[in-house]
Design a protein around this ligand. Sequence first.
Ligand code: MN
Length: 426
Amino acid sequence: MKINQSEISDFNQKVVKDHKENFDFLANKLTNKGKDVNSIVDKLAAFQIAIPSWALGAGGTRFGRFSFYGEPTNLEQKIEDIGILHSLTQTAGAVSLHIPWDIPSDYAAIKEKATALNIKFDAVNSNTFQDQQGAAESYKYGSLSNTSKAVREQAIQHNLDVIKIGDKLGSKALTVWLADGSCFPGQNNFQTAFQNTQDSLIDIYKGLPDDWKLLVEYKPYEPNFYSTVIQDWGASLMLANGCGDKAYTLVDLGHHLPNSNIEQIVSILQLKGKLGGFHFNDSKYGDDDVTVGSIKPYALFLIFNELVYGMENNPQNPDLAWMIDASHNVKDPLEDLIQSLEAIQEAYAKALLIDQKALRTAQLENDVVKCQEILQGAYRTDVRPLLEKARVNAGGVISPIDAYRSLGVREQLIKERGKHTVATGL
Ligand SMILES: [Mn+2]
């Protein structure tokens, strides 16, 4: 299914009056405060977030999985779903493929489909956390860190294969997330596991095309519960530095121990020019992968404050690969993704409202109260009319969730694909 431009303008027609009133009110207020509203709206419209190919179906836990009906059953349909998200929001202009779940059968056809929907191929993701059917070696006790050379070689070759697949589609980065670690004390020699991982990553790095990046993701625990080989940003940064200039750290919001100061992590990585990618989600307890901004929206705003500062002041840091890395157990996956996209844009817009000059002055004067007033003043602003304006300017809808429902998207997908379809993924 494809949403056409006339459906979008018909929908917008019904709500445009409200939108205009709200936008004019806010734009006026912000202009009086010296803000360049058009430039903020342009920045929002330019901000594109990749949708991972495994997020278009219902997710599950180890206790079970409940289908959401009308799920995409192949890569073509997944790209179509992202096309729906993108035509409504105009902020989901990229897909991040997971290999081997989503290996294209016809590269030219997939590229053509994505191009027609204005979707780019962002970072490709390898998978050495599961055994694949018919594989000679098992990853039960690790992949790139395994004590067996044969296992490490199989895992390295898989990553090199993923690079080749991504290269054919126009991707420019490989994301490596390892489940490697140990479940019990004494199970692993930490130094051997780390050194094996470094050596394996160097072999993968050697296969990277010149204009590619290697993104090294970290996570403190799960599925291993005693230790993880790449457990934090420090381990990731050491490994990236051990590979070379094209290797970077990737921060996933859910991959920290409770109460970690993630904004400080992204800030210092940008200072060092080593933040390569960012995965959005939210959490209450661990790597819960729930809707972005649904639990800790203020923390997301503080992170965006640092990201915006880095984007504006750290030319040594490359453009980031942005991706939503969430799982939808009880919501319609597309509605959940729309909510996440909205939350990301909202945090970004609020961060763009921070008066950086006034903040700097207050910091230099040690006016702690003023510093907090500046941050919270921006945070408390209802920026949704700016998001609406950015979407409308780009050809999207004023309110994506309402449009999605009034267009009966899920009902149509069920009609086209059938009720009990299941998307590949976890
Ligand atoms: Mn992730």
